[in-house]
Design a protein around this ligand. Structure first.
Ligand code: ATP
Ligand code: MG
Length: 272
């Protein structure tokens, strides 16, 4: 089944975009995260927070099947995107990644012109419309048009780190995905560039469902509607550790009225 063709306006407007049911992810025999359950609503910004090694990136990558590219990485449970189990044998992971885009920690523009950074993906996805307009619109939406408009033929790698990251966001949104995943997109950026990306993420609300991993608690508080707190706990074998999601809810509740003591300690900056 091609999930592209199953997309309907009704599906898009339904309130749950993604649902993780009892998701356990292993690298080889080692469990990385256990029994993650959550419902991510459409059009909202959801942040994953928690100490290093608790599985935030692992869970994020499972949402667009990027872990498939890691040998030995397996997933049990279900990841449901608009009613479809993304790990069912009928689903094409390439189509999944078209509808669920990703922005990485380190900006990774193609070593091509700024223009081609947008046009290339659009072309291979079959875009037949006005390419100049798509390039301009994507760069404008990612708040990097003014800095790029006079040098569209220059290499994307010639931009500053913050501009490169906004170019990568422009590239991600240019193919009109429904979900954009971001793994610490600001951690390599200065505060001004970080502020621009935060404004951008806020502006994406409504049009996109955004799931963002961040170590910056203030950032999570500023930009997210919902937050999931992940933690690392001792595994039942007594030797290893495993990641779990300890709490999920509205960001204001997670930060101002956490139900778990560990969440309270984490958001208060007592560990991690
Ligand atoms: N490619 C991999 N192969 C084997 N184990 C891995 C791999 N990637 C992650 N892990 C393990 O899975 C667990 C979760 O890692 P993950 O990178 O998801 O954590 P994280 O919460 O994103 O951490 P950080 O905040 O440091 O980025 C860790 O124990 C890690 O060592
Ligand atoms: Mg990570």
């Amino acid at each position: 089944m091609n999930i592209l063709t199953s997309h309907s306006p009704e599906a898009r407007s339904s309130s749950t975009c993604l649902e993780l049911e009892n998701v356990t992810i292993r690298y080889g025999r080692q469990e990385a995260v256990r029994n993650v359950n959550m419902r991510i609503p459409s059009g909202k910004v959801t942040a994953f927070i928690g100490p290093s090694g608790c599985g935030k990136s692992t869970v994020l990558r499972s949402i667009n099947r990027l872990n498939d590219l890691i040998p030995g990485c397996t997933l049990a449970g279900r990841v449901i995107f608009q009613g479809h189990d993304l790990y069912s044998s009928q689903i094409d992971p390439v189509q999944v990644r078209r509808r669920i885009g990703m922005v990485f920690q380190k900006p990774n523009p193609f070593p091509k012109s700024i223009y081609e950074n947008i046009a290339y993906g659009a072309r291979i996805n079959g875009f037949r419309g006005d390419m100049d307009a798509l390039v301009e619109g994507s760069l404008r939406q990612a708040a990097v048009w003014e800095e790029c408009k006079d040098k569209l033929a220059e290499n994307g790698l010639s931009l500053s780190g913050g501009q490169q990251q906004r170019l990568c966001i422009a590239r991600a949104i240019s193919i009109a995905p429904e979900v954009i995943l971001m793994d610490e997109p600001c951690s390599a950026l200065d505060p001004i560039s970080t502020g621009k990306i935060e404004d951008l993420v806020r502006s994406m609300r409504g049009q996109f469902t955004v799931v963002i991993v961040t170590h910056n608690l203030q950032q999570a508080y500023r930009i997210s509607d919902l937050a999931g707190f992940f933690n690392v706990i001792p595994s039942s074998d007594g030797f290893s550790k495993v990641g779990v999601m300890e709490e999920f809810g509205d960001t204001s509740q997670i930060f101002n009225a956490p139900r778990q003591d560990t969440t309270r300690d984490y958001v208060a900056g007592r560990f991690g």
